[in-house]
Design a protein around this ligand. Structure first.
Ligand SMILES: [Zn+2]
Length: 303
């Protein structure tokens, strides 16, 4: 029975081929969600596809439950950037993300000690869940930027596998360490000030530090969001393209600069509250199945 429904889903996917280039059919397709009966584990499927899909570029679904069509590859090396860990094949994204990374890297190259950016994981060729690592990065709108200031941009592929970024934190993320510089702050400010950006994830101590040092307009601080990890890299998340059907934005960050909230994170790192005796254990969740992604993602697999 399962085999029959998978076969039917496959036939349905095949019959949808070739029709996605017309706007009306694209719009129609984006309305159908979770229509697939494909019960394969999504990361096993998306994690093994080496090339992007044909057709127009499109983010489908949400950052942590979606995929991408028509992705572009960030060139492995540019005049102001290098993509790292090429073996992972995660330097794929929507065109807006590739443009954004290149623009930010040109700004970074104006900073003393920075020849540009080392770019970490973006998305897989067709997005979707990954075999290792991130829960998000699924729609071609997320990118990790290394905190390590690049001193050269002629690293070989082998060097890009071997070298690592460096941490910027001390006291479990409550504070920045001696590697943190005004240049990091300038690059993060430029990164967050860009209207293409929805939010940036960064360890709490760094946000609090930038809150202390910011002068003049503070509105960009709103997009810098305190989060776990994110001390070897910062994570940029872009907005869905305006009017893009089927791409799901996240709710915007709360109003204000978010500095008091970040200080709250720091306070809880320094003085952890006692565990809540009534807290329910987290319900274990199985890996996402293809059928749990938007229905269009089932078609992206086969294009
Ligand atoms: Zn990330």
């Amino acid at each position: 029975m399962v085999r029959i429904s998978i076969a039917l889903a496959f036939i349905a996917a095949l019959s949808a081929c070739g029709g996605e280039n017309t706007p009306s059919q694209t719009a129609k397709a984006s309305v159908s969600t979770q229509g697939s009966n494909d019960n394969r584990v999504a990361k096993e499927v998306f994690g093994r596809i080496a090339t992007s899909s044909a057709g127009p570029s499109q983010s489908i679904g949400g950052y942590a439950r979606g995929c991408q069509a028509g992705a572009m590859q960030l060139p492995e090396t540019g005049s102001t950037w290098q993509a790292m860990r090429l073996s992972r094949n995660r330097n794929w994204a929507q065109p807006v993300t590739v443009d954004y990374i290149q623009d930010l890297s040109r700004f970074a190259a104006t900073q003393s000690g920075w020849s540009g950016l080392y770019v970490g994981d973006m998305s897989q060729p067709r997005g979707g869940p990954m075999l290792t690592g991130h829960a998000s990065h699924q729609t071609g709108l997320d990118a990790d930027i290394w905190m390590l200031p690049p001193n050269r941009l002629n690293l070989t592929a082998a060097e890009r596998e071997g070298i690592s970024s460096i941490t910027m934190q001390r006291a479990n993320g409550a504070y920045t360490n001696a590697s943190w510089t005004p240049q990091h702050e300038a690059i993060l400010k430029a990164a967050a000030s860009d209207p293409r950006v929805a939010r940036i994830f960064l360890f709490p101590g760094a946000k609090v530090e930038m809150c202390k040092n910011a002068t003049g307009d503070r509105s960009w601080l709103r997009k810098i969001r305190p989060w776990w990890g994110h001390h070897y890299h910062f994570h940029v998340r872009l907005n869905c393209r305006a009017g893009a059907a089927g791409c799901e934005d996240q709710a915007p960050p709360p109003p204000g600069d978010g500095c008091a909230e970040a200080q709250g994170w720091v306070d809880r790192i320094l003085n952890p509250p006692p565990p809540d005796p009534n807290a329910k254990p987290a319900t274990p969740r199985g890996p996402l199945l293809v059928a749990q992604l938007p229905g269009q993602c089932g078609r992206v697999i086969n294009h």
